[in-house]
Design a protein around this ligand. Sequence first.
Ligand code: SAH
Length: 291
Amino acid sequence: MTDSHHPTLPSLPGTDWPRMEPGWVWLCGAGPGDPGLLTLHALNALQQADVVIYDALVQDCILDWAPQARHIYAGKRGGKPSAKQRDISLQLVDLARDGLRVLRLKGGDPFVFGRGGEEAQTLVQHGVPIRIIPGISAGIGGLAYAGIPVTHRDVNQSVTFVTGHDQSGHTPSSLNWQAIAQGSQVIVIYMGMKHAGQISAALLDAGRPVDEPCAVVSSATTPDQRVLETTLGRLAADIETSGFEPPAILCIGRSVLMRQVLDWQGMLAGAAPRDLDPLGRGLPAETACGG
Ligand code: SAH
């Protein structure tokens, strides 16, 4: 293999990294945006690929780490209709059959609301060998960048990840919102901006409190990250006035309150934590007594 390593590329720690062979497709998560959230397997793949076929949510700077590769955009941008899923899958098959090392790079984790399963299945059905590289999903890592722990012992013992869109582009009518509302203290919604009104109405109908804390995190982990804190009752109206654009993650549940103490990006910028004990748990003894 010719050495495709670029001198300015970060080098990998010494271990036995898998080699990308011609004719293979690696289906890889790129994380939510910040290139620092790529995995080392993703970096290893970027350094070896002949072609990178990437989605709208993949930041351009990540592609800079594959300067030797051809970059093919497969996704939706500027309101243009998205490339058809079947076409993308078959394009992957063709590229592999051309004997290329194909890196299919998708935002977040390829198997979380990303149709990675469909693409991988098509590849296997066509006899193309694959490797899967998971990534940090926006619904976990994106919330962490906003200072929201997706689980917290005092708040939730379960979390439900929901897509706000089904294949027809409507709120998923197949979802049992009643069951979700009752069964999961924290609900994380992908692709939920457009239907936030319908979703919050369904959850309120199912008995979730109108003042339940909610957050919207848009362009999480990128320099454009914005965070809106609101309540379930005001979610849709506040999204409307905020001017927030997708991609955005919605989080519904009391874990959102933890942002008052864990907004580490705000603290980096010099802000003080708003409340050291937002869940009313009591401060640690040494602080309480120590004066
Ligand atoms: N596979 C991806 C999700 C793809 S679905 C993952 O695991 O994260 C696309 C949706 O993901 C967006 O509509 C949005 O809800 C969410 N998303 C992806 N990247 C995001 C980001 N940087 N900030 C906020 N939401 C994001």
